[in-house]
Design a protein around this ligand. Structure first.
Ligand code: APR
Ligand code: PHB
Length: 393
């Protein structure tokens, strides 16, 4: 069996794994990244696109801030719409911060390009990845590629392999505790090469279901409508999608809508999920490998980045100062922030979507949540602070 050695073996070449590798490299710490997918498949994934200030700072530190600032769109607020009533959340006025609209697809492309340019070993299209000896001083990761079995000897394993990855499974069932809420609907998303319907994002509650108007640039728009979890995307023609979106965002907004052919159309399920602990021996989980949020709060990528900022600080302090305190506190530090983001994403999802089993009272509570936010600067500020990004710890 072929043997490789590195300091940190990273499973997963998504935003979490790539950013971790870059931040470690900046401090002279070596890593190898493994991914079961091809580079092309990874770079073709369509994901959300709202970056918190902390995420922007981390990407600048990683040396991939140039295109982000050249092509990203700084946003100072967004619109909440509830059965035709509107309330703008003034992020800048309430928090002094902005968010950056820049597709996660582009973040991933920028990170892969930089990592490869700096000679990072990213091994794509691997199979049978298996963490071993994770509680030993020298854990190992085995994988196969082109029929050959390889073993990587390392000091630490970073499980950045997403919700469907293998790293979380290396934590014994009697230690791992998971928490989950699966939502009774999905999001049907569309990308179209048309200017967005409005300058800022619109999150709309409507009796027929939720809708979101977002964007990737001034010429490329991203729209979502709530649909049945079991819907087949083949049943949603472009015309059916646009007609439904117009109803849910209302005529006043829709008169600015430029319909166009969709060049990406897909349905995504919604779930809240957390796995505890995020560390087991020398295995550390980061990003979707440890938690999932419904996209209503735009937290998925931002949570992955905050995990990585905490993990990279811990690993750097260990290698530079032989101080293991941050490593020992990693899981608790991350989970404090993860659960707050889970709460916010769950809150936004509960307020804005149609739930088939909601009683008339619960529907009244949805409206009351909106009215409370619209009528209280304190409530609006709380929402704005969560959306713009809570402190790292
Ligand atoms: N072996 C090797 N690689 C794997 C395995 C495996 N067994 N399982 C999954 N992977 C790879 C996937 O191919 C993917 O490229 O791990 C990577 C995980 O990347 P993401 O799913 O993007 O997760 P993360 O880096 O944590 O980023 C979280 O991505 O999915 C969105 O909404 C999510 O915005 C959030 C962000
Ligand atoms: C997106 O642009 O894809 C997007 C934006 C905000 C969200 C979710 C998705 O809350």
């Amino acid at each position: 069996m072929k043997i490789k050695k590195t300091q940190v073996c990273i499973i997963g070449s998504g935003p979490a794994g790539l950013l971790l590798s870059q931040l470690l490299h900046n401090e002279g710490i070596d890593s190898i990244i493994l991914d079961r997918q091809t580079r092309e498949r990874i770079e073709a994934r369509i994901r959300a696109g709202v970056l918190e200030t902390g995420t922007v700072e981390a990407l600048e530190e990683a040396g991939v801030g140039d295109r982000l600032h050249a092509e990203g769109l700084p946003h100072s607020g967004f619109d909440l719409s509830f059965n035709g009533d509107h309330h703008r959340i003034d992020i800048a006025g309430l928090t002094g911060k902005q968010v950056m609209v820049y597709g996660q697809t582009e973040v991933t492309k920028d990170l892969i390009k930089r990592r490869l340019a700096q000679g990072c070993e990213i091994i794509f299209s691997v199979n049978n990845v298996e963490p071993h000896d994770v509680i030993q001083a020298k854990p190992k990761v085995r994988y196969t590629k082109d029929g050959e079995t390889v073993e990587i000897e390392c000091d630490f394993i970073a499980g950045c392999d997403g919700f469907h990855g293998v790293a979380r499974q290396a934590i014994p069932a009697d230690i791992l505790k998971t928490y989950e809420r699966v939502y009774p609907f999905g999001w049907l998303g569309v990308l179209t090469e048309r200017p967005p319907v409005a300058e800022e994002l619109i999150y709309a509650h409507h009796e027929r279901g939720f809708a979101l108007c977002s964007m990737r640039s001034k010429t490329r728009s991203r729209y979502y409508i709530q649909c049945a979890a079991e819907d087949d995307v083949a049943d949603w023609s472009d015309d059916r999608f646009w007609d439904e979106l117009v109803i849910r965002i209302g005529e006043d907004t829709a008169k600015h809508l430029l319909r166009g052919p969709s060049f990406e159309k897909s349905i995504a399920p919604l779930r809240s999920f957390v796995a505890e602990p995020m560390r087991y021996g020398n295995l550390f989980l980061a990003g979707d490998a440890a938690h999932i949020v419904p996209p209503t709060g735009a937290k998925g990528l931002n949570l992955a980045v905050s995990d990585v900022r905490i993990l990279s600080r811990a690993l750097i302090d260990f290698y530079k100062n032989r101080n293991a305190t941050y490593l020992e506190n990693y899981s608790a530090t991350c989970l404090r922030r993860v659960w707050k983001a889970e709460r916010f994403s769950w809150f936004m999802s509960t307020m804005l979507h149609q739930f088939p089993d909601f009683s008339p009272f619960e529907k009244k509570m949805q409206r009351a949540e909106f009215d409370h936010i619209a009528g209280s600067e304190t409530a609006s500020r709380s929402l704005a602070e969560n959306y713009a990004g809570l402190p790292l710890e």
